[in-house]
Design a protein around this ligand. Structure first.
Ligand code: GCU
Length: 350
């Protein structure tokens, strides 16, 4: 594993709830669920995926929907495309933005990454979208405004893309966002200027959790990147530090499947932990990153989970395909992060 530890974890504390623990000495002791099992990895992987479907994310949605794609607007090195999905007698139009590196002479690799803000903001000088860094490394990016797939509110499901799919009580917002990223992948495959063999999935924070789930459920993604995904993402849930399963269930009951709520007070009973979610990316390149002041997301818990997940990469004979960095500063995704992700993708996706 490649690790760049630039700063010791900052001691500055910020409270998201009165009893949140940020003291490493009180993070508790725990035993992680077994990762490797006793059989071959593909069989163990299938078991872990099933556990994640049942207890955390809900069913991995295999269905697609009929879709009509229309180019809505174009500009220098970008195009906006409307994907009109239909299902269950309803329609939903979602605009995606594709930004390509200037002057490319052959199909370029791609990062699929949802945006927290409307896609117009991606083009208008946005620190989370350093398009010059993508251009420098010859990478395209495909994004969409994440709320178009599922508005990020407690009662968002009836109006979400999930309402066009067969009824399923288990799916929720994370499922919808992950499904959306897979549909962005599908569209990329139809585009001659994009290289369908080198499409990575990435996400920041809650969208990092969704990106990990998309990478787990859709193995066509050639690489997986988690930026500050924290609890429910890369951070080990059993560590009592920063955000806790109980916080996720209380504040964001629409993100995960109903069964997940049963673990708010009994996280040690959860049959999975984040090292297993990360390992679902194997043997594909996997990058996890944290920010030093983002204690809510438990940077050390993210690194520990990746260290455990790396054992699968070792067993599979590809130990060089995991990477980690901790960036000085706050919860965010920045040019610094993207620079490292794109260098890693260039080194591992050939
Ligand atoms: C909240 C939430 C986190 C999430 C973050 C984000 O802080 O508690 O789990 O990752 O929002 O998406 O920015």
């Amino acid at each position: 594993m490649r690790i760049a530890l630039f700063l010791l974890l900052s001691a500055s504390l910020f409270a998201q709830r009165p009893n949140t623990n940020y003291d490493e000495s009180k993070a508790g002791t725990y035993t992680l669920p077994d990762l490797l099992g006793s059989g071959p990895w593909p069989a163990r992987r299938a078991e872990i995926l099933k556990l994640y479907e049942t207890h955390v994310f809900g069913r991995a949605i295999a269905e697609t929907l009929p879709v009509v794609a229309t180019v809505k607007a174009t500009g220098p090195n970008w195009r906006e495309v409307t994907l009109s999905f239909s299902g269950q007698g309803k329609q939903k139009a979602i605009n995606i933005l594709i930004v390509t590196p200037p002057g490319a002479k052959k199909p370029v690799p791609v990062v699929v990454c949802l945006s927290f803000t409307p896609i117009a903001t991606v083009l208008s000088g946005n620190s989370r979208w350093p398009l010059d860094v993508f251009a420098k490394h010859g990478y395209a990016v495909i994004t969409a405004h994440y709320t178009d797939f599922f508005a990020d509110v407690k009662d968002g499901k009836p109006d979400s893309i999930l309402s066009l799919l067969p009824t399923d009580e288990t799916t929720n917002a994370m499922s919808a966002w992950a499904w959306g990223m897979s549909r962005m992948f599908d569209y990329a495959l139809t585009q001659k200027d994009l290289d369908g063999k080198r499409i990575a999935v990435a996400g920041h924070s809650r969208l990092g959790k969704a990106a990990l789930w998309a990478g787990a459920t859709d193995q066509r993604f050639a690489a997986v990147i988690s930026n500050d995904s924290g609890e429910g993402g890369a951070a080990i849930s059993r560590r009592i530090i920063g955000e806790h399963v109980a916080d996720l269930n209380k504040n964001f009951p629409h993100w995960f499947t109903g069964n997940f709520k049963g673990y708010s007070q009994s996280v040690n009973e959860l049959p999975v932990d984040s090292h297993m979610l990360l390992a679902l990316a194997a043997p594909r390149p996997l990058y996890v990153a944290s920010a030093s002041e983002d204690l809510w997301a438990d940077p050390l818990g993210e690194l520990l989970a990746l260290t455990e997940a790396s054992k699968v990469y070792e067993v599979l004979g590809v130990p060089e395909r995991t990477a980690y960095h901790i960036r000085p500063g706050k919860h965010d995704i920045t040019a610094y992060d993207w620079e490292r992700y794109l260098r890693f993708l260039k080194a591992t996706l050939r």
